[in-house]
Design a protein around this ligand. Structure first.
Ligand SMILES: *Cc1c(COP(=O)(O)O)cnc(C)c1O
Length: 220
């Protein structure tokens, strides 16, 4: 069994390797270690190996485990990568440093209100339903221009675009499309790529990759 430090070095090495032909700098790619379903015992070895950026997909689960871990390591950055219900907006704004799943006007209103109330501005990626899948979250591509205008008008820090491409299809065209949409709208941040495809995502411009299994092993 490889340990956490070895896995982390491998993933970082893979990112650096594909950055070279893509003429990118590894330091321009933020590796988000997705720790959902993993307990503190699995997370601590990665923190000890130097990882500081983590991702969770549920507000409640993150509230349970991160406050204690962060007390010991105040420099940890926590990203919300999963779908967010509007009634959890206050808790999300209080706990997370970046939100990747802003995808609809009702959530925008709830987040804007929560940020105003707490005097805390949390950068948000707008999630795009890049494969036009009914069961997935994300703003439809056709509604993106108007939604981005609304986010800007609400004065929420706009980090960029995020997507989860359809499963079991070559993801590269979807990553390329997200990069094109971001460029069209003058956005730099691109949250795309998971354990199975983060190298492809980096070659196509990802600034944030969300990697769970490749760092922690399979989720039970
Ligand atoms: C779980 C999850 C990931 C990480 O998936 P792995 O395949 O384990 O790397 C990335 N993004 C989102 C939105 C997730 O829910």
């Amino acid at each position: 069994m490889e340990n956490a430090a070895t896995r982390l070095a491998e993933v970082r090495g893979n990112i650096a390797r594909v950055c070279k032909p893509a003429r990118r700098r590894p330091e321009d790619v933020t590796l988000i270690a997705v720790s959902k379903t993993k307990g503190a015992d699995a997370i601590k070895p990665l923190i000890d190996a130097g990882q500081r950026v983590f991702g969770e997909n549920r507000v409640q689960e993150a509230q349970g485990k991160w406050p204690a871990l962060r007390e010991a390591h105040p420099d940890i950055e926590l990203h919300l990568i999963g779908q967010l219900q509007s009634n959890k907006a206050d808790e999300a704004v209080a706990l997370f440093d970046v939100i990747h799943s802003l995808d609809r006007p009702s959530l925008l209103a709830a987040l804007a209100k929560a940020m105003e109330r707490q005097g805390r501005r949390v950068p948000c990626f707008v999630q795009v339903n890049i494969g036009d899948e009914a069961q997935k979250g994300g703003c439809p591509i056709a509604e993106l221009p108007a939604f981005l205008d609304a986010v800007r008008a609400a004065d929420i820090p706009l980090a960029g675009l995020m997507c989860i491409p359809p499963a079991d299809i070559e993801p590269a065209p979807f990553f390329a499309l997200l990069a094109k949409l971001a460029a069209d709208h003058g956005l730099e941040g691109l949250s795309m790529g998971m354990s199975g495809d983060y190298e492809t995502a980096v070659m196509l411009g990802a600034t944030h990759v969300r990697v769970g299994t490749a760092l922690f092993g399979a989720r039970g």
